[in-house]
Each structure stands twice: as structure tokens, then as C-alpha cells.
Design a protein around this ligand. Structure first.
Ligand SMILES: Cc1ncc(COP(=O)(O)O)c(C=O)c1O
Length: 385
């Protein structure tokens, strides 16, 4: 039987994943510098508080609201501040599900969304699975990453429906500047586009520039429809509880929320226990975020210490987020370099090409990794670069 053409032609792993599977099966001890699952990075979660929150009597009640329970939305609104109200929000099971709802809301099959690149690679599939095409528009690096709003405008076609930005971006760490925000919202208003802003990492600024847009919610009345996405997977480092949300602002917000509620009503995918627990889980977030910020800073400083002894290698500024970009002489393809590190040094890193970093010469490191593993992994890897 023929399957949907939205799916990939095959499901073979790429060369790096295949090598990783083989080495793991052989029992090889690996130093994983890509780990970004916070539940496996040695943080100390307030277990009793979290488990108590997830096992109250309310978890046994079913009172479905396609927008999500009011107390949970109130807790999310209070977490964000900046005048956000429960009425502006719709809960989802994850940020990824938020994208799926928004792409269904905004596009017809064959329509396009513009995504500044490099960025989070999942967009291509999230768009394609909804029948849309994600069109990558290169950002450029000059002392820091910049959004190329001219190139974005030039890429708009009659089928373009939205622009998707990540603030701060994964993996470049770029926060939008206030100037870029003004240009971007102006462009979307002029060309009748929606603006999707993914702020899952906005609580993790590391080396922010003074003019950064800390959050799109600073703009109470944007000139175009704005959909902000976030969720507990990064805000409270709890990807396993599956709670995300979409905040809606700008022209048509009420109608957009009503249509989103219609879409969400077809699935009702957010589980009752997590909605009941949301206020307590969000209350626990600051303590977990503190530990994460300390880890990010410690690993960045360890990286700088080791790079000081390796004049051929540098790193790019990390304005925010959980990743660092390592720059190396581009003597071979990034993927070949990552494969070499894995096979010869037993160190796993991501090649920049996985995130569409231009050319060769970039490796992506997770700054969330346990500090000892991070230092040992780098000490082993750097001499091979
Ligand atoms: C930019 C970005 N958005 C969304 C997500 C996924 O979030 P969720 O677990 O809520 O789907 C990730 C995960 O790494 C991400 O990097």
C-alpha cells in the first residue's frame, strides 16, 4: 500500500546515528557531549514536590476544556507576566504539538513558512507533515548572528503564510534584537503573515547583548498576529510531563484563539494530571532553572579554559540557550569530523550541518552535559580537531 508522500522515503539512520548504534551495541563507553535531556544530566529535582503535584485527586477528574484548564492557564500567564492573561493562552501537549496546530490554523497544503537558518531541524518535518513547506532563509554571522530581514522579505511568495523564529535560537543562541523585532513584525504586517516565536529557551540568557528582545511579550500590541510558543520541557526542565502552550497576540487574536480551540478540541491531548499539576510544576521551575544556569555557565567557562590552549579552535558567542558552537579548521565535512571523533575518541558531538550551519567548520556542543563528562569529553576531543 502507498503511504503518504508527506513521510520520508526511508527511515534509515544517518551515518552518525548508525555508528552510534553500533558502538553502543558493542558496549563502547562514550562521552556524550550532545546530551540535552535535562532528566539525564544530574540535576536535583524536588522529587517529593513534583510527585505530590502529579498525584492529587484533581488528576482523576476529567473536565475537558480545549483551551486547557483555567487554573493551569492562569499559572502559565503569571509565569510569563508582561500582561499575559489566561484568556490569551491555549495549552498543548508539547511545543511540537503547538506547531502542528498553528500550521493547520494558518496554511493550506502547498503553502509555505519561512524559517531563518540555522535553526532547530524539526521545523522541516513539522511543516511537511501538515502539508506545508518550510523555506530556510539564511541568517548571517558578523560578530554575532543577525536576522536577514531583507532576505526574508525577498523570500515571501503568494503562498507564504508565516515566519517562524526561535528566541533565543537553537543552536546559535541568537536573541532577536529590538530592532530586528520591529523590522520583523513590520514585514509580517506588510505582507499579511503570522509570526511564530518559539521562546522555549528564553529563561536561559548567557551572554546577552544589551539590545536583546528578552521576550516577544514586551510588545503588548504587535502589528501582526503573533503566536508565542513555550512549554515545561525547557521552562521547568520537565520534557516528560508533556505540557506546552501558545500565547496569542496581535490583530485577530480572539478569532485565532477560537479557531485554535476548535483544532485542539479534535484531540484534547493535554492530560488531566499535568494540567492539575501545572501551578506546582511552574512554582518549582526557578529552583531547577538556577541549577541549569549554573551548569551552562560552568561548562562555558571550562570550554573557554580549554580553548585558550588550542589557538586553532574558537567558539561563537552564546547569547542564550543550551548549546555552544565550536569553530574548527574546515579540513573535512562536519559530519565526517563528528564520525571521526566518535569512532577514534569515543566522543559524541553534533555536526553543524545537522542544523544547517553554513559550510563546514562548526560542531555543536550541549552545555547541559554533566560538568565532569563535558570537561573529559573536550579534553579527549579537542586534540583530534
Ligand atoms: C527550539 C525548540 N523548540 C521546541 C522544542 C521542543 O519542545 P517540546 O518538548 O515542548 O516539544 C525544542 C527541543 O529541543 C527546541 O529546541
Amino acid at each position: 500500500m502507498r503511504l503518504s508522500s508527506r513521510l520520508p522515503h526511508g527511515f534509515e539512520p544517518n551515518a552518525l546515528s548508525a555508528a552510534l548504534g553500533r558502538l553502543r551495541a558493542e558496549g563502547r563507553d562514550l562521552l556524550d557531549l550532545t546530551r540535552s535531556n535535562p532528566t539525564r544530566c544530574g540535576f536535583s529535582y524536588p522529587e517529593d514536590t513534583l510527585l505530590a503535584a502529579l498525584s492529587t485527586r484533581d488528576a482523576l477528574d476529567y473536565d475537558p476544556d480545549p483551551r486547557g484548564s483555567r487554573p493551569a492557564r492562569e499559572a502559565v500567564a503569571a509565569h510569563h507576566g508582561h500582561g499575559l492573561r489566561a484568556e490569551d493562552l491555549l495549552l498543548t501537549a508539547s511545543t511540537s504539538e503547538g506547531y502542528a496546530l498553528l500550521f493547520k490554523l494558518l496554511g493550506d497544503p502547498g503553502d509555505e513558512v519561512l524559517v531563518p537558518s540555522p535553526s532547530y531541524p524539526l521545523f522541516e518535518w513539522l511543516a511537511r507533515l501538515e502539508g506545508l513547506t518550510a523555506h530556510a532563509v539564511p541568517s548571517y554571522f558578523h560578530d554575532r548572528w543577525h536576522l536577514d530581514t531583507g532576505a526574508l522579505e525577498a523570500a515571501v511568495t503568494p503562498r507564504t503564510r508565516a515566519v517562524v523564529v526561535v528566541n533565543p535560537n537553537n543552536p546559535t543562541g541568537q536573541f532577536l534584537s529590538k530592532q530586528e523585532w520591529t523590522e520583523l513584525t513590520g514585514l509580517c504586517a506588510r505582507r499579511n503573515l503570522a509570526l511564530l516565536v518559539d521562546e522555549v529557551f528564553s529563561d536561559y540568557p548567557l551572554e546577552p547583548t544589551p539590545d536583546r528582545l528578552a521576550t516577544a511579550l514586551l510588545d503588548a500590541a504587535p502589528p501582526c498576529p503573533v503566536f508565542l510558543l513555550s512549554g515545561l520541557s525547557k521552562v521547568a526542565a520537565l520534557p516528560q510531563v508533556k505540557l506546552g502552550w501558545i500565547a496569542v497576540r496581535g490583530p485577530g487574536a480572539e478569532a485565532h484563539l477560537e479557531a485554535l480551540a476548535f483544532l485542539a478540541d479534535q484531540y484534547l491531548s493535554v492530560a488531566s494530571p499535568v494540567q492539575a499539576a501545572a501551578p506546582a510544576l511552574l512554582a518549582a521551575a526557578p529552583g531547577i532553572q538556577d541549577q541549569i544556569r549554573r551548569r551552562l555557565r560552568a561548562n562555558l567557562s571550562a570550554l573557554d579554559g580549554l580553548l585558550a590552549e588550542q589557538p586553532r579552535l574558537t567558539r561563537l558567542p552564546v547569547e542564550g540557550g543550551w548549546s555552544a558552537l565550536l569553530r574548527r579548521p574546515a579540513v573535512d565535512a562536519d559530519e565526517a569530523c563528528a564520525l571521526r571523533l566518535l569512532e577514534r575518541a569515543s566522543v559524541l558531538v553534533h555536526p553543524g550541518s545537522f542544523f544547517d550551519l553554513p559550510g563546514n567548520g562548526h560542531l555543536v556542543l550541549s552545555l547541559l552535559v554533566d560538568a565532569e563528562v563535558f570537561r573529559r569529553g573536550l579534553e579527549t576531543a579537542l586534540p583530534h580537531l
